[in-house]
Design a protein around this ligand. Structure first.
Ligand SMILES: [Fe+2]
Length: 316
């Protein structure tokens, strides 16, 4: 089992000092609302109906295709240099799995071997970056049942994605995750402790479909030299930079999912601003992952899934 004692949920008393340093925008601020593209409800209803019809037709082939993709998913080790990283965290490994999209094309029989491969990398922490499901909260059961194969010294953290909201029952998804041993940070924060040193992990609700409240997450965090933000959508980067976040981990874009050689990948979600890889705004570094699963069609082209192992390094 995970050593839960190492993760301390930050209390509001300790947060007072951190709050004093940052006047952060609230979720109703126009600047926050304007930062995230929103999909109209009518479009979502149409997408949900079309998706169910397509998935019913393509399920058997789709499952085989996605199984093949995920069996070959890369687990690259990527160094993340951070100034001020406490020495106890030099070499700290975060396995980052986003956009699993469990459902008709992806079930526990596909997740089990992937999670076993990730665990073999001996991560210190696993982060689930949102979009566990497609449009149905019960699809999260496939992930929850597989979490017993996913091991990390400091446990599993999760944040919601837009599709988790589209399910209409985010609470149920969070319950599934809790059952599997994962902690969801919904505009909240936690700290990982190594000896006398610690690093903060802040998690926000999805900016496009949920109630993004970085101010609340900030206020729940302890004072720390290093603050790592988990935000499903990378559109949060300018707001993260404003809040002096050191590192932001995002998914959402699937890296474009369908790409072509020599053509710039398109991510409609973020108006093309973020697709995959590293981005920077002021002192904030962002990593946008291509994710594990797929949406709409069970296909990826020139954009393989991955579950990167992010290795924190003390920058000199
Ligand atoms: Fe997604």
């Amino acid at each position: 089992m995970f050593s839960r004692a190492r993760i301390l949920l930050a209390g509001s008393r300790r947060a007072k000092a951190a709050q004093a340093h940052f006047t952060e925008l609230g979720p109703d601020d126009p600047e926050v609302i304007g930062a995230f593209p929103h999909i109209p409800d009518a479009m979502l209803r149409t997408a949900r109906v079309s998706w169910r019809a397509l998935a019913a037709m393509m399920r058997p082939q789709g499952r085989r295709m996605v199984a093949r993709q995920i069996a070959r998913a890369g687990l690259p080790h990527l160094d993340i240099p951070l100034e001020g990283l406490p020495s106890a965290f030099d070499g700290y490994k975060i396995a980052f799995l986003s956009d699993i999209h469990a459902g008709p094309y992806l079930g526990s029989e596909i997740l089990k071997p992937l999670f076993q491969r990730v665990s073999a990398e001996k991560p210190d922490l696993v982060v689930l970056g949102g979009d566990l499901v497609n449009y149905d909260a019960d699809e999260a059961a496939e992930v929850a049942h597989s979490l017993k194969y996913l091991h990390a010294k400091d446990g599993i953290l999760s944040v919601p994605g837009n599709h988790d909201h589209y399910s209409g029952d985010l609470r149920r998804i969070i319950k599934y995750l809790e059952h599997g041993g994962a902690q969801t940070l919904l505009n909240d924060a936690t700290s990982v402790v190594r000896g006398r040193e610690h690093v903060n992990f802040l998690g926000v609700d999805d900016g496009g479909a949920g109630r993004f409240d970085l101010a609340r997450a900030r206020s729940r965090a302890r004072d720390s030299k290093i603050n790592i933000l988990l935000s499903h959508t990378p559109d949060a980067l300018p707001l993260a930079a404003r809040a002096k976040i050191d590192l932001m981990l995002s998914g959402h874009t699937h890296g474009g999912q369908i790409r072509a050689p020599r053509i710039r990948p398109i991510s409609t979600h973020t108006k093309g601003r973020y697709v995959d890889g590293f981005y920077r705004s002021d002192r904030t570094l962002a990593f946008v992952g291509r994710g594990v699963g797929v949406v709409c069609i069970p296909m990826r082209a020139f954009c393989p899934p991955h579950a990167p192992i992010l290795v924190l390094r003390r920058a000199t």
